[in-house]
Design a protein around this ligand. Structure first.
Ligand code: AMP
Length: 462
């Protein structure tokens, strides 16, 4: 099957060919003809499956062919996304695929000044890609007329639900014409998503991209057992020894993202953070530098990284495991995309053992725990305040297994990872090997159970 078999017009086929795609992905094979025929669609598909083209291409064609269109400046297609990054990416895809057509795409999201958006909306667009909150603000100020919307897309609906956008979405839907086409994309199906789909969609075509084809199958997953306070050192080691050039790293908090970015920079690794406290400009710049290879490590929080489209991302690191197991799937869906192999590496401290088990339950398979390599405890990668020892200034740059440095850094002397059993705030008594041969895994893994007593995050799954 090629794109031309899907009923797409020559201008779109040309744009697709320019991108170098010759075969439609499974979601595209099913979604494109369905959307072209005017049907509602409920699609279970993650980022990385090609879902964006699955709805953008047919929407462009429908709008181009729309003969009822007057010269109204009001958008005729509305795509709602959970994050500004995803909004920007969907809009960029739309402009890209629509470059041989005379259709205008515009994106709006919060976190930036509203006035330029009002001005731009006055000039009109055909496809509007928006985050719900800002769209509602603009609608309430009568800066956007949603009464001409023929196609509504909820992209990453599960994430919008998680982020509490459903009331906003309901309000937005009330501003749309009753008769319209609705497309709902979601990586997961909770009861809430099913409920939303039932209310929103009429006789939808249900598409589930088979797990076999999902990018997760292309991702080589592994976990290292490591003490919390050693994670940054192991990460530096992995990046440097593996000569990684483009790694996306997930932390749980914005503060943690900033701190790790600084620690990586101190170790000589070009790094940038991307999270909700950063201005839109700073986020776009960080992402751009990362995509262009000027930054090796992009440290991101879950929400900020949502929907990031970075091609053929070779490595994704879970510096901290996500609290919600499904987020693991989203995170690692950013690697191994469009047929290229990728690696997803999780650094698991003992207090995260419960989270790891929850993730494995959702995946219905074990994530192999591999031997933690020997790594240096680096002075140049300062410890977070709670682990800093008074003797800090006395240490030298660490070298492999150097005892004094290790001892300083850990309080028990080690360049050793995976000694396990210790929650982050206790020092491990099990790591007295100055020369730091690390065996990960079983020991740490089983003793890790006890570590979950610190696992304040587990309640939800028990
Ligand atoms: P998405 O799931 O929409 O985020 O797309 C994931 C990535 O796959 C993006 O970089 C797309 O540009 C790319 N892509 C989309 N469709 C295809 C295709 N048919 N063949 C190869 N790559 C594709």
């Amino acid at each position: 099957m090629s794109f031309s078999d899907l009923g797409l017009m020559p201008e779109l086929l040309r744009a697709v060919a320019d991108k170098g795609y010759d075969t439609p992905s499974p979601i595209q094979l099913q979604a494109i003809p369905a959307v072209l025929s005017g049907r509602d669609v409920l699609a279970g598909a993650q980022t990385g499956t090609g879902k964006t083209a699955g709805f953008v291409l047919p929407i462009l064609q429908l709008l181009h062919a729309d003969t009822t269109h007057t010269n109204s400046r009001a958008p005729r297609a509305l795509v709602l996304t959970p994050t500004r990054e995803l909004a920007a990416q969907v809009a960029e895809s739309s402009r890209n695929y629509g470059k041989y057509l005379q259709l205008r795409t515009y994106q709006i999201f919060g976190g930036v000044s509203i006035n330029p958006q009002m001005t731009a909306l006055r000039n009109g667009c055909d496809i509007l890609v928006a985050t719900p909150g800002r769209l509602l603000d603009l609608a309430q100020q009568r800066a956007v007329d949603l009464s001409k919307v023929q196609v509504l897309v909820l992209d990453e609906a599960d994430r919008m639900l998680d982020m509490g956008f459903i009331p906003d979405i309901r309000r937005i839907i009330k501003l749309l014409p009753q008769k319209r086409q609705n497309l709902l994309f979601s990586a997961t199906y909770s009861d809430d998503i099913r409920g939303l789909a039932e209310r929103l969609l009429h006789n939808p075509l249900s598409i589930q991209v088979a797990a076999r084809n999902s990018p997760i199958e292309l991702v080589e997953q592994r976990a290292y057992r490591v003490q919390k306070e050693h994670k940054r050192h192991l990460l530096v080691h992995l990046i440097q020894e593996g000569k990684w050039h483009q790694v996306l790293i997930f932390t749980r908090t914005k503060h943690g993202a900033n701190r790790l970015t600084q620690q990586l920079e101190s170790a000589g690794i070009q790094a940038a953070a991307i999270h909700g406290n950063k201005s839109q400009g700073a986020r776009v710049k960080a992402l751009d530098m990362f995509k262009r290879g000027q930054v090796t490590a992009l440290v991101a929080t879950e929400v900020a990284a949502r929907g990031l489209d970075i091609k053929e991302l070779p490595q994704v690191v879970n510096y901290e495991l996500p609290n919600v197991p499904e987020d693991y799937v989203h995170r690692i869906g950013r690697t191994g995309r469009a047929g290229s192999a990728g690696e997803a590496i999780s650094l698991v401290s003992s207090d995260e053992s419960g989270l790891l088990r929850d993730i494995e339950r959702v995946l219905r398979r074990a994530i192999p725990t591999v031997n933690t390599p020997i790594f240096k405890i680096l002075d140049s990668v300062p410890a977070p305040a709670q682990f800093q020892r008074p003797s800090h200034g006395a240490s030298r740059q660490g070298s492999r297994g150097e005892r004094p440095d290790s001892r300083r850094a850990t309080g028990s002397g080690t360049g050793h990872a995976g000694s396990g059993g210790s929650g982050g705030s206790r020092h491990s008594g099990g790591s007295r090997h100055g020369s730091a041969v690390s065996r990960s895994g079983s020991g740490a893994g089983s003793s890790g159970n006890s570590g979950s007593r610190g696992g304040q995050t587990r309640g939800r799954f028990n």
